[in-house]
Design a protein around this ligand. Structure first.
Ligand SMILES: NC(=O)c1ccc[n+]([C@@H]2O[C@H](COP(=O)([O-])OP(=O)(O)OC[C@H]3O[C@@H](n4cnc5c(N)ncnc54)[C@H](OP(=O)(O)O)[C@@H]3O)[C@@H](O)[C@H]2O)c1
Length: 337
């Protein structure tokens, strides 16, 4: 399967390095020539979970250098905004029957399928965690996998073929309900990750603040209501995505508290990736996370006030008009209610 990985960042670098190390032929596309030269000279080095790798990369170049070539698989490993901008340029690089595989969070695969045609796009998401230390130098942070599947649901030959190919280097799983899995991850990104980022804390730290758990629950449940209203069936990952019911008076039940503890145990101690974006002065993917939920909720006349205020706070932080702080909790409650 002639493969091009677009984006030599954390995930693109780890996926490329592990495939090359396993003997699979892969080409890598960077944003510019300087980063391509860096990878060409130093190769790819991976440390961390999954074992160390040091491998030469013979086919690495800026994306524009691949014009006129054709690939059976283009794995899109840029951030969300770049993925949306690049997708129309990537379709001409596909061989007949070729596949574009985005692995961004939130609404990206659906957006790309609407943009360029579902026949070209296989849905994907990453539970693999990685960081980039420099171009060509990466750390794998967990033993996670890439999850792939058709956006329309069900199985397909291309899902099986892509899994087989990529599994040479990385862990890949398939699902007949990719949209449900995307939503399950999105629910956590909207609540655990984004709220943690704007408060400058992990979830375990912020739910100990007076309004922390309340904001988590309201944000999560708004996003879940949007998913269910759209007919999506969020898929169980480490934790069941649909919480058990509360009592009739609205108090939490023992089952509900157990569900909340499971979320905390599985996700409560991770430093939010968006907080790292703030610290490094990088743009965020908020429009594809809480912003995606807000857009869909509003289209369907639903209340998405908590997510909407959170989007506004993220934009204020990125714009330099605010900073991560616990004070945002009372502001969210006041403005969203
Ligand atoms: N890393 C993780 O653990 C993880 C886990 C789950 C999901 N994700 C998702 O996966 C996606 C990728 O994440 P990441 O952490 O790998 O991001 P990243 O480290 O920022 O890598 C993105 C790469 O895309 C490159 N790029 C940008 N525009 C490009 C262009 N026009 N042509 C070619 N390359 C271009 C960037 O180049 P420059 O280096 O020159 O800027 C960068 O190297 C994101 O949507 C993220 O949310 C990541």
């Amino acid at each position: 399967m002639n493969t091009l990985v677009v984006g030599a960042g954390a995930l693109g670098g780890v996926i490329t390095g592990r495939l090359l190390d396993a003997g699979a032929e892969v080409a890598l596309a960077t944003r510019d020539r300087a980063s391509a030269d860096q990878v060409l000279t130093g190769g790819v080095r991976i440390t961390g979970v999954g074992g160390d790798v040091m491998v030469d990369v013979n086919r690495v170049a800026p994306l524009s250098d691949y014009t006129g070539q054709s690939f059976d698989l283009v794995l899109l490993a840029t951030k969300a905004q770049a993925a949306i901008e690049l997708a129309p340029k990537l379709v001409p690089l596909l061989a007949p029957g070729g596949t574009l595989l985005p692995i961004q969070n939130g609404g990206v695969p659906r957006h790309l399928a609407d943009q360029v045609g579902e026949e070209y796009v296989l849905g994907g998401l990453s539970n693999l965690g990685a960081t980039m230390i420099a171009h060509g130098v990466y750390e794998q942070r967990n033993a996670g996998h890439i999850l792939i599947g058709e956006l329309r649901g069900g199985n397909s030959e291309r899902t099986t073929a892509v899994k087989q190919w990529l599994s040479q280097g990385i862990s890949v799983r398939t699902t007949h309900n990719l949209r449900g899995s995307m939503w399950s991850k999105l629910l956590l990104n909207c609540s655990v990750t984004t709220i943690g980022a704007i408060l400058g804390r992990t979830m375990r730290e912020y739910v100990q603040l007076p309004l922390g758990r309340d904001v988590f629950e309201k944000t999560y449940s708004e996003a879940l209501n949007v998913a269910l209203a759209l007919g999506e069936q969020p898929e169980t990952m480490l934790v069941e995505p649909i919480p058990p019911p509360r009592t009739e008076s609205g108090d939490t039940s023992q089952e509900y508290d157990g569900w909340f503890q499971q979320i905390l145990e599985n996700y409560g101690d991770t430093k939010p990736s968006m907080l790292q974006d703030f610290e490094r002065g990088r743009s965020t993917e908020i429009e594809f996370i809480n912003g995606y939920v807000v857009g869909l909720g509003k289209q369907n006349g639903m209340n998405v006030g908590f997510n909407e205020v959170i989007v506004a706070i993220v934009k204020a932080i990125v714009g330099g008009d605010s900073h991560p702080s616990a004070d945002h909790l009372s502001a969210i409650i006041a403005r969203a209610s």
